[in-house]
Design a protein around this ligand. Sequence first.
Ligand code: MG
Length: 307
Amino acid sequence: MRLRNMGEGVGSRGLAACHGHPGHPDRGDRMGKPVIFTDLDGTLLDCVTYSFEPALPALRLIGEMDIPIVFCSSKTRDEIECCRRNLGNGHPFITENGGGIVIPAGYFDPRIFPVHTTIVRENECLVIRLGASYPALRRAIRELRSEGFRITGFGDMSVAEVAELTKLPRDQARLAKRRDYDEPFLFDGNEVETIKLEKAVWAKGFSLTSGRFFHLLGDSDKGKAVALLIGFFRQKYGEISSIAVGDGPNDIPMLELVDHPILVRQPDGSHNSCVDTPRLIRAEGIGPEGWNSALLGLLSGLEPVRK
Ligand SMILES: [Mg+2]
């Protein structure tokens, strides 16, 4: 079945045209099974209302084409499971900026998992842990504060304070505080102090990233988690066309890895200037509107590969 162009966003431009060049020698022109990795806050979800409604036309098309969507967010497992229920999504997902991968049991043949990977079975899911332990991150936050850095982590805040800061409803803010691998925090400091903070974090063996907040994390990022899943999806489907959508710096490692990286606009209408990966598709539209237009445009050029 050839899919119709849905007539929105990048319109009749298909997958190859979106690149703006004749074709990447070994990535863009292969039409494997599409697999989409997406950030949530500010990307698929509006950064103020957390609504995904503007993305519904593309979500419907993706459902019809039977394309997996993997959520890849700084959100916690509990928060993402809530989104998955709201969107009817049954695919694997990546939590806390790449700290963990959660795979529904039976989704992949367990024989494909690399032997050295630590996989824990929790209820109906398999969990691959890539991130630092949360108590270790909290210890580092306290040490940094005692070294003079004015930082406040989610673990220092009440549910009401996290709700106020994130504009999440209280029940969601409670889920946002249940963390395993990544500590979001506020930092009161100028650019020079931020560089000092970064050095202090590295000296402790941790790393920093930023989305809406700063995040303290271990040796994990969205890219490492996406790379593992791309390997699993290749085992499942053979050739795949990987697509990723994001809005900010913490999405860079994920965007750099995929065949079709997409950057949506920020609330002020600009594209984040830190993100400039090769082959980047700059979507027209803020957050979920950009998500919708870019994916409708990209997928309109694809013959779905069904399996
Ligand atoms: Mg984001």
